[in-house]
Unconditional design. Structure first.
Lengths: 450, 59
């Protein structure tokens, strides 16, 4: 039998339910994996070692009494260190909060616990989820960035130190690290998951992100996490679908290829690989055609930059006045620039955001999904930058759901991926398409670790 | 009809504001970031948006 830590989320769930795997054995295997790999990968900032073992024992007893808490009973999950976790340090990757102990859980964390998940610990993030890097290294090559801001979550999932983790995305902070590390990244529709209890970066752009090693595992987690929340007025009242059922559909999709911007910005090997991937999908029955993007697409990156900096400044203003020297350079610069942006121009950027979303809502109706490369390059060398979020920005800006899938390896032996974009609150369809692509491509990447 | 603000004009205004808010030295170190955001502000100023279009905030 495979080491328990290497199983995917759905396999762990099945084996625990069938009593073939105990939560205690699973946690022990996971902790052993962390002990062996994390000194070099630095994906974790806090591990609740004693607490998770006690919790695993409690959950084991509950299984004996046939009392399962929910669909995630006994399964360990990693949490990006911007989510409030009651009694567990939440630093936001900042010195200012290095000893901060929240007294409540973020809604997303609360829902995971209610479903039976064991909160393993907190994963490394860039400072306040912007771009001052975490110390985390890429499991595929320690000299390369794992991406960010959900750096620790992506590295931990890729290295089998947990089957799934929460991240977040304001620009490209979930799908980019997922692509660099060769795993699945999901950013659902804006408002699909509550953001209550998460350090904000930019209220109108922040999304909860999900990192897993299969599409099915992402669907399982979205089912648990999605839904309205009285604590977050932006969390939608729209009904939550049965995403794990929807992935069983296997109809070849109609795919819209976004060539504008993506072709020009992609490294040659990335675009060539994306075309080869698309050819495989077409040979399996997918129909693909190029999408004509609206005029507003040309200013999406600019409008996103303005909104993100203005909103970050509004959140950080007072904190920044009192702790200026504790801010690292990139977040400091973003806050200072945000403080200079005129309100009328901020509002103009928000008008463009609505315009772009409306135009994309119409375009996407003609397709089951849009397809782009997930990133312009494989994970860049060095740890001073977490890479460029530009390929995710249009979808964080529009709020449309996206899922990233690994699709192969670069000439340097680093993961490459594709990004699928769906209609608003149409995650059911997006999962079905992603699962179909996953089945056709049969790419499951696993880094060689010690 | 007023013309859209240029990158140079935005940069000039933002630089003056940065000096008043953060001091000359810090404003100088923000030079490139000011140029970048001035470019973004000029780009969206040139983009046509209907008068009736409302800001998004939350969808």
């Amino acid at each position: 039998m495979a080491e328990p830590c290497t199983l995917g989320l759905s396999e762990m769930i099945t084996q625990i339910k069938r009593r073939k795997l105990s939560p205690v054995a699973l946690i022990e295997s996971i902790l052993q994996r962390i002990d062996s790999l994390d000194p070099s990968l630095k994906a974790w900032v806090t591990i609740n070692r004693k607490g998770v073992l006690e919790e695993a024992r409690r959950q084991q007893d509950e299984i004996t009494r046939k009392n399962l808490r929910g669909p995630l009973h006994g399964v360990p999950i990693g949490i990006k260190d911007i989510y409030y976790t009651a009694g567990m340090k939440t630093t936001g990757g900042s010195k200012i909060f290095e000893d901060f102990l929240p007294n409540y859980d973020a809604t997303a964390v609360e829902r995971l616990k209610k479903a039976g998940a064991i909160i393993l610990g907190k994963t490394a993030t860039t400072e306040f989820a912007l771009s001052d890097p975490a110390p985390t290294r890429n499991p595929w090559n320690l000299e390369h960035t794992p991406g960010g801001s959900s750096s620790g979550s992506a590295a931990a999932v890729a290295a089998c130190m947990c089957p799934a983790a929460l991240g977040s995305q304001t620009g490209g902070s979930t799908l980019r690290p997922a692509a660099y590390c060769g795993i699945i990244g999901l950013k659902p529709t804006y408002g699909r998951i509550s953001r209550h209890g998460i350090f904000p970066l930019s209220w109108s752009l922040d999304h909860v992100g999900i990192l897993t090693r299969s599409v099915e595992d992402a669907a399982i987690l979205l089912k648990v996490l999605a839904g309205s929340d009285p604590q977050d007025p932006t969390a939608s009242q729209k009904p939550v679908a049965n995403y794990t059922q929807s992935i069983k559909s296997s109809k070849p999709p109609r795919i819209g290829i976004v060539r504008a911007f993506y072709r020009e910005k992609s490294e040659e090997q990335v675009w060539r690989h994306t075309k080869e991937t698309l050819n495989k999908l077409e040979r399996a029955g997918a129909r693909a055609e190029e999408v004509k993007m609206p005029e507003s697409f040309a200013v999406v990156q600019d409008a996103h930059r303005i909104i993100m900096r203005a909103e970050a400044a509004a959140f950080h203003e007072k904190l920044f006045e009192q702790n200026r020297d504790k801010y690292r350079p990139k977040i400091r610069e973003a806050v200072e620039i945000g403080l200079l942006i005129p309100s009328v121009d901020y509002l103009r950027a928000q008008k463009i955001r609505r315009q772009f979303r409306r135009e994309m809502d119409e375009i996407i109706q003609g397709f089951d999904c849009l397809l782009t490369p997930a990133t312009a390059t494989p994970a860049p060398q060095g740890l001073s930058s977490t890479g460029d979020p530009m390929f995710q920005v249009p979808w964080s800006f529009s709020g449309l759901p996206t899922i990233g899938l690994p699709s192969g390896l670069s000439k340097e032996g680093l993961p490459l991926g594709i990004q699928l974009v769906g209609g608003a609150f149409a995650e059911e369809k997006l999962f079905a398409v992603a699962r179909w692509c996953e089945n056709v491509l049969q790419v499951s990447l696993s880094p060689h670790l010690g | 009809m007023p013309t859209a603000m240029t990158k140079e004009k935005f940069a000039e205004i933002l630089n003056e504001l940065a000096i008043r808010r953060f001091g000359e030295e810090r404003a100088q170190s923000l030079h490139q970031a000011i140029q970048d955001i001035a470019q973004s502000l000029a780009s969206i100023a040139e983009h046509r948006v209907e008068l009736e279009e409302e800001p998004a905030f939350f969808f």
